[in-house]
Design a protein around this ligand. Structure first.
Ligand SMILES: Cc1cc2nc3c(=O)[nH]c(=O)nc-3n(C[C@H](O)[C@H](O)[C@H](O)COP(=O)(O)O)c2cc1C
Length: 366
């Protein structure tokens, strides 16, 4: 690293950089079918911290992908994302410990004992939350870094915008907070730091890079979106609020009868069961647990496989009209595909420029 790059990095460093072992306080979040070894390694090589999307990587592939990140990034720290309901969740946690990963991220987290096991192994537990009460609950369970995601963010998301959720959580908790939902440039980083966050986390900005490996036809759709209100929330994919780019598939789902939607959900479930090697016993246990916890949420569990299966169609198979294009509203502001290196350097340069302007404002007599 040159002397000037070292100075730039120091100017933006927060305690989060020390915790995660990265140069800049910028996190690449996990994205199903998108955050593979290449993207994670490109992020860490550019000075950020990346999460491997463990929920959509085949069980017999996950360890090889962990080793691939290490090989591509020269053993820099990175993290692993998992969902508690995936059949191989335990395997991912064991691998995170075995390979001494720096952090894990998750939504609905594991129990206290499991989190304590991870923390004792030196792994930071960094859930993503969309509401203050979820942040408080996650900390009570043992999480030591919180990522808040405002409603403008991509994928599953809440309804509270980043500008409201971030100060609310920063004021209420004592652990480092990372801001997600709507970030893509250096102005956003400075704003998040001003709110009291220790860094930003971005999904959509990293998806829209030349390092993401997303199918070209699909990336083209992301670049073409110019109106943020075309990137909207629907409950139709899996019963939970999910933000995505408006497309032909969503229009079809909106017109479909409940019977057709059930057929689609069952077909996704069968495909996902075959892909993950899920046993009928596991399916039955998941359905029974969902029914016991909240019978009204049973439909969500039946529809759960729609999200990974329809995302795979867009991201991997390159059929954007036949699948789901999860996205934050910020896609409307991103007009070109840069590399992770260019994205990080652009963010750092703009953040330093904004800080200088703000410093000058303070010095100016009014
Ligand atoms: C295509 C896509 C897939 C996603 N998949 C996951 C996932 O598998 N696990 C997860 O925790 N979050 C997932 N998310 C949410 C992101 O990790 C992140 O929290 C969100 O994109 C942040 O908002 P932004 O898009 O405005 O940066 C996904 C988001 C997108 C856009």
């Amino acid at each position: 690293m040159s002397d000037s790059a070292r100075r730039d990095a120091l100017a933006l460093q927060t305690p989060l950089c020390e915790l995660l072992g990265c140069r800049y306080p910028v996190v690449q979040t996990a994205m199903g079918w998108v955050a593979g070894p290449e993207l994670v390694a490109a992020t860490s090589n550019a000075g950020g911290f990346g999460f491997l999307a463990g929920a959509t990587i085949a069980a017999d592939q996950i360890e090889a992908d962990i080793l691939k990140v290490k090989q591509l990034n020269g053993d820099k720290p990175f993290g692993l994302n998992f969902h508690m309901f995936q059949p191989n969740a335990q395997q991912l946690l064991d691998l995170a410990i075995k390979h001494q990963l720096r952090a894990v991220s998750y939504g609905r987290g594991p129990d206290k004992k499991t989190i304590a096991r991870l923390r004792n192994a030196g792994i930071h537990c960094m859930p993503t939350v969309g509401a203050l009460k979820h942040a408080q609950k996650a900390i009570e369970m043992g999480a030591n870094i919180i990522t808040i995601q405002g409603g403008e963010g991509g994928g599953h998301t809440g309804s509270v915008p980043t500008t409201v959720l971030l100060p609310q959580v920063v004021d209420a908790v004592k652990v480092p907070v990372v801001a997600a939902g709507g970030f893509y440039d250096g102005r956003g980083l400075v704003a998040a730091l001003a709110f009291g966050a220790q860094g930003i986390a971005m999904g959509t900005r990293f998806l829209m890079t030349s390092d993401s490996g997303v199918a070209a036809a699909t990336l083209q759709r992301y670049v073409e979106v110019k109106e943020a209100d075309r990137i909207r929330i629907s409950y139709l994919i899996d019963g939970m609020p999910q933000r995505m780019i408006d497309n032909e598939y969503l229009a079809m789902l909106e017109k479909a009868s409940p019977f057709k939607r059930l057929r689609i959900a069952l077909s996704s479930a069968m495909q996902w069961k075959a892909q993950t090697g899920m046993t009928m016993g596991h399916v039955a246990r998941v359905l029974w647990q969902a029914f016991r916890e909240d019978p009204a949420a049973l439909a969500q569990t039946v529809m759960a496989a729609n999200a990974p299966v329809l995302l795979q169609r867009s991201m991997v198979e390159g059929k954007p009209a036949e699948g789901v294009m999860s996205s934050g509203q910020v896609a409307a502001l991103i007009g070109e595909l840069q590399s992770c290196e260019q994205v990080l350097q652009g963010i750092v340069a703009q953040a330093l420029e904004r800080l200088e302007v703000l410093g000058n404002l303070r010095g100016n007599p009014t």
